[in-house]
Structure formats: structure tokens, C-alpha cells
Write a protein that binds this ligand. Structure first.
Ligand SMILES: [Cu+2]
Length: 597
């Protein structure tokens, strides 16, 4: 419980807070999970290797809650290196302390130690997921979060007979941590995956994998709610099930207007709720996924494998062999049109029970270039062809992780961790999506720059993709602590006069991750009503590692209920505290006044 100390209205406030908490407690449950992180031996693609898992499973356990519940997850790190966990899409009102990104809201949970996250659900309903958020550890440390409607409430569609989680992950042969550490040191390309696993199995089209293909058994005539998560590190995916229609009804923990389709395109970080009716002749049908590559057609080094599982009808019949493959409906790797046709259909439900609240007037406007680039490498210390490091950036700033997390530095008013000068505009305007861009736009600059927002500011960001280094491609941008409305998107350079006239302010998708299209732009709006520090980054981990990140600090709103909560009693310690100026600590009076009972 939280109270404001030495305040004249304390008796009334504490009484009001207690009543409010009791009212909430009457409707919301509290759950407890123990997550044991440890190395587990796994064999795939004919090779045995050790991976970090949660509770010995890949993917990890599913967290099941009802809307508005709270979950305490005690993470015990029995592994060899530090890890943090993130609850992707859970807004965590006033509680960034449990959001998880390393160096943004905490430092790692070291080997042999534990940390309990308090995961606070609010308006989320549908499917989200959790994953590690330090280096590339999320490759094997992830699981689904299923959020049912509150007691007495129902789905905005006929109750399905059952539901089914589909987690799609990237599989890498070799020691991924070693490969990533080496590539980051040398400034060279980061590893590409060797297969796509559906619920932990690569499926019939990968070597040494046929024996373990994931089977999903269904009853003819029943309708199922598929909860699909793209947990892949670096690839957007096409996904289809042979001969079966998919009806998309939810995305990122909210509802959308139903879309009847034969395939979906899902970006890393996104979740989709999809209804499937088992109405085809008894038999076996492939559930299949392959990469959607939005990179230049000359870039062919991506993972071309097909991840698959089998939908199998229960009953007495002779099995056709092999199962039916979605040849006609699963788009090919480079099918830009198919990706666009699908994403352009996404709309919020915008019903009486599930309304939208799109900011009409905007108080803060930002125009942010989302770009590949190069970072100067001193003394020829990089082994890449150009002699520089590969980099990526937002407004030409490549994010560098501080050694003390931004949240602690902000809360305790310590200098030296970050600067509050993330630019609202790129340093120069050029033909962002042009074919032959001058070398002068290649270089990006490193910094730990954040954007500070006042509480309740209404923010519009136009993300502008660029073709620097011929590197234009989709960038699925992910915001922590808030969902945002996708009010507009288009091809080419953003036209600040004409394009806003095309904005959808009626039923735009309300999501936590959405793609800036290849050689195009994406306009989003949100209200900064969650005080704290919130990461904002591309959910392709290679781009995140290269610096396509920043963070928002949302300031307190002046009341207890609009202010950052105090930290839990013990946050994992950061390694290098020597360089931070702790003499400035006393000015953080707003926070110091709040005490935890
Ligand atoms: Cu990206």
C-alpha cells in the first residue's frame, strides 16, 4: 500500500485509497508464479546444445489471468549470466520498476539471485506475451500471456469451444550469445536463424525434425481461438493453415474488427487472436510459417526455412499422406503486396463496450527517421568492409546503453546515465526514400538521449523510413507502458500537408507494435498517461542491438494516482555505480515524499 507522508489530508486520502483498493480487490485476483531460469539441453537440426529456459520448457510457461489481475513472478536465475524479463504489452500503470528492459528500467538479475516482478494488468484483454529483455536472451526465454474477460463479461464474438496458443520462435544452431557478442564487438552482421519453431518444434520441412512435429488435435465442427505470438528475433512472418480460413478478432491485447483471411502477416512482438472453425474433411493440414522479407531483393541471406505444425482432426478415418500444405495461401518471401493487403485491413473494434480514445488535439509532435547507418570505428578496430560499425538509429542517434538504468537515474535524480535531449526532428531533411542517397547521410552518432513528456501530453509521432545504405525495410516499432493508435501509414516521404488528411481517427488499430513500412512512413498517436520510463524500439533485435531505440520519460501528474510508484525494496544492483553523481539526490522531492508501507 502507498501513502503520502506528512500531508494534512492524509486521513481522508488513506481512507479513499483503502476503499478504492478494496473495490479493486473484489474484482481482481492476485497470482503467484515461480520462474526457474536454467540451462537445458535441447537437440534440433541434428545438433544438441544448451539453451536458457524457464522451468525447463521451450517455449516457457503460459501465464493465465483475467482482465485487471496482478501477477507476482519470482524469477530465480540458476543460469550462468544475467537476465531481465519483460511483460510485453502489459502497461504496468505507474510501475516501470517491473517492466524489465535491461539498462532502461533495471539491471540484470545476476546468476544465483532472484527478483520478483509485480505485473499489473489494467485494460488489456486477449493475448500478450513475456520475454527476456537483455542481449538476445529472449530467443529461448519467452511464453504467452492469456488474458480472459472479467468475470461476467464475454468476448465480443461467439464463445469459442476452446483456445490454443501458437508461439513462433527462431532457432539458432551454435552458441547464440557467443555469436552475438563477437559480431557486436567487430561491428559485423548479426546471426541469422536456422529455423522457425512452432510451439518449440521446427516441423516436417527441417532436418532431424519430423519425429517431433507439433500436432494440434481438433474436433470437426468446433471453433477455436488461436492465440498467435511472433516471438522470432528478427523476422516478420507469413502464417497460414491449409484449407482453413482465419478470422482475426484481436491484436496486442485488444479487439479488432473481424478480418476473414487465408493468411496473416505478423511482426516480431505482435500477437494476434484468430478464430478457426474446423469445418474441412477429416484429415491432416499443415500449419505453416515462413519469413516475409521486406529487404532489398538482392539480400538473400535470410532464413528461408518453413516452420510447420499439423492440424489433425480427431476421428476414425484413414490418414491422407502427406498432410495438405497451404501452397495457394501462404505468401512467398518477398510478397510486399500481400503484407500490405493484410495490415491495411486492421481496425480497432471501436464498439460501445470497447471504445477508442484517439487524441484529437496533439500537444507534442515528433518526426523521427528510422534508419540503417554506420558508426565511426576509431583506429581501424572494426573488421567490417567499410572499416566502420553497422549501426541503426532514430533521428540519427544510435542508442547506447548506460551502465546505470535510466529509471533509477531519473528517480534518484542522478546525472551521467542519460541526457534529456532526444531530438524531435532529424538533423537534416533529404529525400529519405531516394534510390541513391549521398554518403553524407550514412553516419549516425551514438548517445543515450531520452525524450521527456509531461503527464497527459498527447503525442503524435511520424516515423519516416529511410533508404540509407539501401537498407529500407519494415521496422516493427514497439512502445512500452502504452498502446498507441496507428492513425496513418503510406509509401514514400511523409507529406505534412496532405498525408494528415488521410488519417483514420475513427477506428485506428490500438497496438503496442506496428511496422514502419519499407520506404514509407507510419503516424501514431498516444496519450502519455503512464508516469515512468518507457523504452521505444524496433522489435527486430538486430536493429535494437545496433541502436534503433530511445526512451520516453513521462513525468508525474501532480497527484498520487498520477505519479510513479516507489521502487520495490530490492532492485537488482547495477555493476558500475562509481561514475554517478549522487549529490543531486535531494531534489527528487516528489518521489521522496512517497513511502511504501
Ligand atoms: Cu528495425
Amino acid at each position: 500500500m502507498v501513502l503520502i507522508s506528512s500531508h494534512k489530508t492524509w486521513p481522508f486520502l488513506s481512507w479513499a485509497i483503502l476503499v478504492a483498493q478494496l473495490l479493486c480487490m473484489a474484482r481482481a485476483d492476485v497470482h503467484f508464479y515461480d520462474f526457474i531460469l536454467k540451462e537445458t539441453s535441447v537437440t534440433k537440426l541434428c545438433e544438441t546444445k544448451s539453451i536458457m529456459t524457464v522451468n525447463d520448457s521451450f517455449p516457457g510457461p503460459t501465464i493465465e489471468v483475467q482482465k485487471g489481475d496482478t501477477v507476482f513472478v519470482n524469477v530465480h536465475n540458476h543460469g550462468d549470466y544475467g537476465v531481465t524479463l519483460h511483460w510485453h504489452g502489459v502497461k504496468q500503470p505507474r510501475n516501470p520498476w517491473s517492466d524489465g528492459p535491461e539498462f532502461i528500467t533495471q539491471c540484470v538479475i545476476g546468476p544465483g539471485t532472484n527478483f520478483t516482478y509485480e505485473v499489473i494488468f489494467s485494460d488489456e484483454e486477449g493475448t500478450l506475451w513475456w520475454h527476456a529483455h537483455s542481449d538476445w536472451t529472449r530467443a529461448t526465454i519467452h511464453g504467452a500471456i492469456v488474458i480472459s474477460p472479467e468475470l461476467g463479461k464475454s468476448y465480443p464474438f461467439p464463445e469459442p469451444d476452446d483456445d490454443k496458443v501458437i508461439m513462433i520462435a527462431a532457432w539458432y544452431t551454435g552458441d547464440l550469445k557467443e555469436l552475438v557478442d563477437e559480431a557486436m564487438k567487430d561491428g559485423t552482421d548479426l546471426p541469422h536463424s536456422d529455423g522457425y519453431a512452432i510451439n518449440g518444434e521446427l516441423g516436417d520441412f527441417c532436418t532431424c525434425s519430423q519425429e517431433t512435429t507439433h500436432h494440434w488435435y481438433v474436433d470437426y465442427g468446433k471453433t477455436y481461438l488461436l492465440r498467435i505470438v511472433n516471438a522470432v528475433m528478427n523476422a516478420e512472418l507469413f502464417f497460414a493453415i491449409a484449407d482453413h480460413n482465419l478470422t482475426v478478432v484481436g491484436m496486442d491485447g485488444g479487439y479488432v474488427k473481424p478480418i476473414v483471411t487465408t493468411y496473416i502477416m505478423i511482426s516480431p512482438g505482435q500477437t494476434m487472436d484468430v478464430l478457426l472453425t474446423a469445418n474441412q474433411p477429416l484429415g491432416r493440414y499443415y500449419i505453416a510459417t515462413r519469413q516475409y522479407s521486406s529487404e532489398d531483393a538482392e539480400v538473400t541471406g535470410f532464413d528461408h526455412s518453413i516452420g510447420s505444425a499439423i492440424l489433425q482432426y480427431r476421428g476414425n478415418y484413414s490418414l491422407p499422406s502427406p498432410p495438405v500444405f497451404p501452397n495457394a495461401t501462404l505468401p512467398l518471401y518477398l510478397d510486399f503486396g500481400a503484407a500490405l493487403r493484410f495490415t491495411n485491413q486492421l481496425r480497432s473494434l471501436a464498439s460501445e463496450d470497447h471504445p477508442v480514445d484517439v487524441p484529437g488535439d496533439v500537444s507534442t509532435k515528433m518526426f523521427i527517421t528510422v534508419s540503417m547507418g554506420e558508426i565511426y570505428c576509431p583506429n581501424s578496430s572494426c573488421t567490417s568492409v567499410s572499416g566502420n560499425k553497422l549501426g541503426s538509429s532514430l533521428n540519427n542517434v544510435s542508442w547506447v546503453n548506460p551502465s546505470l538504468d535510466v529509471l533509477s537515474a531519473y528517480y534518484r535524480n542522478l546525472s551521467g546515465s542519460y541526457t534529456a535531449d532526444f531530438p524531435d526532428w532529424p538533423p537534416s531533411m533529404y529525400n529519405f526514400t531516394g534510390d541513391d542517397l549521398p554518403d553524407s547521410v550514412d553516419m549516425t552518432y551514438q548517445g543515450t538521449k531520452v525524450k521527456v513528456l509531461n503527464y497527459n501530453e498527447t503525442v503524435e509521432i511520424v516515423f519516416q523510413g529511410t533508404n540509407v545504405l539501401k537498407g529500407s525495410m519494415n521496422h516493427p516499432m514497439h512502445l512500452h507502458g502504452h498502446n498507441f493508435y496507428v492513425v496513418g501509414t503510406g509509401h514514400g516521404n511523409f507529406d505534412s500537408k496532405m498525408d494528415p488528411r488521410t488519417y483514420n481517427l475513427v477506428d485506428p488499430p490500438h497496438v503496442n507494435t506496428f511496422g514502419v513500412p519499407k520506404n514509407g512512413w507510419l503516424a501514431v498517436r498516444f496519450t502519455a498517461n503512464n508516469p515512468g520510463v518507457w523504452f521505444w524500439h524496433c522489435h527486430l533485435d538486430r536493429h535494437m542491438s545496433w541502436g534503433m531505440d530511445t526512451a520516453f520519460i513521462v513525468k508525474d501528474g501532480g497527484t498520487l494516482e498520477t505519479s510513479l510508484r516507489p521502487p520495490p525494496a530490492h532492485m537488482p544492483p547495477c555493476m558500475d555505480m562509481g561514475s554517478y553523481d549522487i549529490s543531486m539526490q535531494t531534489s527528487s522531492i516528489d518521489h521522496v515524499e512517497m513511502q511504501q508501507l
